[in-house]
Design a protein around this ligand. Structure first.
Ligand code: GLY
Length: 356
């Protein structure tokens, strides 16, 4: 088979799993990771990953034009609108992941006002997480929680597109200004001189001074968590695209230079002969494609297609959520599935517009 045939076959296989999951999941949401290659279902729309399921449904719509996916994607707006209105588990920077894929995308396709209002409400919550004078968006938890106060994480670079969208939609520059300042702080501090990245970084909440890098899901504070590096590639690129600031593009390139794009990476780039993280690979492929690094992206994507597709109801297996805590180790992950399907969409539809 040619590489084109292999990719087309991978899209067909992925769509058939999505079709089976549409019937199985109904209006429920799968958990963050599989258990033994199958997703348990969540009791409610909570956590940071639920939007990756409607995100995949919208990708299926882009790949096929099938109206079933339009209807299914639109159905999820109700749950996300209630979640933000009722403030269910919204003390997080991950509102960007959650509302870009569920409601911004639905609004763009259907013009549904409820989707727009929910996404703008989420952007307001995200804006309220900006800490002055540092000008950073606190990642997790209540803003008064001393353990979390002043802490950012590299993943947040994927959440700023919601703010850029909100400014474009409303004409209010505050959202985009906050996103840009936050990305500048991460460019200057979470990205290390050698092109590797800290997972998380603290600022002094009173003085605004940068304090220290720490890990939460990586091997050590001074190691390089593979998924964080992948978030850096794609996230800095997206902040470049929204601002036109070449320093963000340079940051994305430096993250990409430091990513071992010869195979699916070990879950922490400082380790060898440990579990690999297919989700880090899938995210990195999207970032590498956005940067025009097609050969490296093709190598990693080829490995995912040939060796990492799931025998269960996930698209990929062999991901790692949080190795230090022993959560979701060597399992499928909902975000890994989303970015794998996004990578397949990017490769098979070169004129496709991503939701970020
Ligand atoms: N954004 C959380 C993670 O990548 O695990």
């Amino acid at each position: 088979m040619t590489a084109i045939d292999v990719t087309a076959a991978a899209v067909t296989a992925a769509l058939s799993i999505i079709d089976a999951n549409l019937a199985e999941f109904g209006d429920r949401y799968p958990d963050d990771t599989t258990v033994g290659d199958r997703y348990p279902m969540r009791a409610a729309n909570t956590g940071w990953t639920t939007s990756f399921w409607p995100g995949m449904i919208w990708l299926a719509h882009d790949l096929t034009g099938d109206e079933r996916y339009l209807a299914a994607g639109t159905d999820h707006v109700r749950s996300f609108a209630s979640r933000v209105a009722d403030r269910v588990d919204v003390d997080t920077h991950d509102l960007g992941f959650l509302y870009t894929l569920s409601c911004v995308t639905a609004y763009r396709r259907t013009g549904e006002k409820r989707a727009k209002q929910a996404a703008l409400a989420a952007a307001d919550h995200l804006l309220a997480r900006v800490l002055e004078p540092a000008g950073i968006i606190q990642a997790w938890g209540d803003l008064r929680d001393p353990a979390q106060r002043g802490r950012t994480i590299i993943d947040s670079l994927m959440n700023t597109p919601l703010l850029f969208w909100a400014s474009a939609e409303t004409g209010d520059p505050r959202y985009a200004d906050a996103a840009r300042r936050h990305a500048e702080q991460l460019r200057d501090h979470i990205l290390r001189p050698d092109g590797s990245t800290f997972h998380t970084f603290y600022w002094d909440p009173v003085s605004g001074e940068p304090l220290r890098g720490e890990t939460e899901q990586g091997h050590a504070d001074d190691s390089c968590w593979a998924r964080g590096q992948a978030w850096g590639i794609y996230g800095f690129y997206l902040n470049y695209r929204h601002t036109g600031d070449a320093s963000f593009l340079a940051a994305a390139q430096r993250c990409a230079d430091h990513f071992p794009a010869d195979d699916v990476p070990y879950w922490d780039l400082s380790l060898v002969d440990v579990e690999r993280d297919s989700s880090a690979a899938a995210i990195a492929v999207c970032g590498l494609l956005a940067l025009g690094r097609r050969d490296a992206a093709g190598t990693v994507l080829g490995s995912l297609i040939s060796d990492y597709t799931s025998p269960g109801n996930a698209l990929l297996r062999h991901g790692v959520y949080d190795k230090p805590k022993g959560i979701g180790v060597d399992e499928g992950t909902l975000w890994g599935d989303y970015f794998y399907l996004e990578a397949l969409t990017r490769v098979t539809r070169p004129d496709w517009t991503d939701p970020w």
